[in-house]
Design a protein. Structure first.
Length: 135
């Protein structure tokens, strides 16, 4: 009940939409700037990053793993699939997220160009364990 009242009676939803939209637009610009094989899907309140492989260089799973691991190194714990912007985000949070995304995308773009993605992988490929059924 309290959560619903907060969402109804404050600017939380407007904040969520504003910051989610800024983050989504910023990610799209960064992905375009580095010409990365990635697509941003979703709406300002639920975004998803989908990587495509680069033949002979890296699989989509390797690129996604590099994206997640390098963000984690910089203090950002990104989700495997969907990104859910939060009502508590402030402009400075979005700026930090975009700055980290820019650093990581620069690293990925250079690794793809030099065909060194596998060489700089900091861990084994991250798989979506919830998508694997156990018999």
């Amino acid at each position: 009940k309290t959560v619903m009242a907060t969402l109804r009676d404050t600017d939380a939803l407007a904040n969520l939409h504003m910051h989610g939209e800024r983050y989504g637009h910023g990610l799209q610009e960064i992905f375009r700037e580095y010409a990365l094989p990635v697509t941003l899907l979703g709406t300002p309140v639920r975004l998803a990053v989908r990587w495509q492989g680069v033949s002979g260089v890296a699989t989509s799973q390797e690129l996604r793993t590099l994206w997640l691991a390098e963000q984690a190194r910089r203090g950002i714990l990104a989700g495997y699939g969907a990104i859910f912007p939060m009502t508590c985000w402030e402009a400075s949070d979005v700026t930090k997220l975009l700055n980290v995304a820019d650093e990581v995308c620069a690293l990925i773009a250079e690794a793809v160009q030099q065909q060194q993605v596998r060489a700089i992988m900091p861990c084994s490929v991250i798989y979506n364990s919830s998508a694997i059924r156990k018999e």
